[in-house]
Design a protein around this ligand. Structure first.
Ligand code: SF4
Length: 283
């Protein structure tokens, strides 16, 4: 029963830019790179942000050198800060709250990311004791998102993250053991946490149930690789070739990771992740 609720929570964590005051386009410090054509200091609106908080080059971001904007995903933290924490008062009309609003946004973003991972963990077939601990953690994190701005800014995010990380690790071990032994009937995949596989050729590899937490897979070739049951939390997938790869049951994969990778219509993704439009448009 709880897994259905958790599935809904995970699948509904989506940004709604129409309800946000362009916080990702304003609050964050962005350094010019191949992902973002200009330097943009923190707490400064991007010159492409219009009065109505829409981006004037929205349909053309990648060709104009703003690829990073098509990768970013706040999971809905932006609208929560805009509409709930600050009750619909925008930083344009209420400059007195702007600094606080911009500081709260990255805190909310981190809480939303943790909620996404914990909710995903609850969708798996796990032990009752683990389910209870994850459920309590999810309730606690959701409660934190309802704090007021000052309370959010006073949170110690390192202390918030520690129990979440421990539970996600426990879930990962449990599920990869189960999948290996009872579903795939293979030896559990190896642990390659934080490995540097930048540009590595892993084309067509069977990597089921491998632990790739925090792995550097930038521009690696995972074309047609089998990544089912692989823990990819924090893995760097920028320009990773996942065309034809099977990520349908990869664990703790995010929309941002997938937006930054190179896939195609043959790439199999978890239900809560959408294939990016730029995969299909070829831009
Ligand atoms: S280019 Fe558009 S989407 Fe990117 S930061 Fe600027 S206004 Fe936002």
């Amino acid at each position: 029963m709880y897994s259905e609720t958790a599935k809904n929570i995970r699948e509904n964590l989506k940004a709604d830019c129409s309800k946000c005051f362009g916080l990702c386009c304003t609050a964050l410090n962005i350094v010019a790179s191949s992902d973002f054509a200009i330097n943009k200091p923190a707490e400064t609106p991007c010159p492409n942000l219009q009065q109505d908080f829409r981006c004037k080059i929205h349909t053309d971001l990648r060709v104009q050198g703003f690829k990073g904007c098509t990768v970013f995903d706040c999971l809905g933290a932006g609208q929560k800060v805009s509409q709930y924490t600050f009750k619909g008062r925008s930083w344009r009309e209420h400059s007195e709250v702007s600094k606080k609003m911009f500081s709260v946004f990255p805190v909310m973003e981190q809480l939303y990311e943790m909620i996404a991972f914990v909710a995903e963990a609850l969708t798996y077939k796990i032990s009752n004791s683990l389910r209870v601990k994850l459920s309590e953690q999810l309730d606690q994190l959701q409660g934190l998102t309802n704090l007021d701005a000052d309370q959010l800014l006073a949170l110690d995010m390192i202390s918030c993250r520690q129990p979440v990380n421990a539970l996600l690790l426990e879930t990962s071990e449990y599920i990869r053991n189960e999948l290996s032994a009872n579903v795939f009937k293979i030896k559990k995949g190896k642990q390659y946490r934080g490995v540097d596989w930048v540009g590595k050729n892993l084309k067509g590899k069977d990597m089921r149930t491998t632990d790739l937490r925090g792995a550097y897979l930038i521009a690696a070739d995972l074309h047609n690789a089998d990544l089912r049951g692989v823990d990819l939390i924090g893995a760097d997938l920028r320009d990773t070739n996942v065309r034809g790869a099977n990520l349908s049951t990869s664990m703790f994969l995010t929309q941002m990771q997938i937006n930054s990778a190179k896939g195609n219509s043959e790439t199999k993704l978890p239900t809560y992740i959408q294939p990016p439009t730029h995969w299909l448009s070829g831009k």
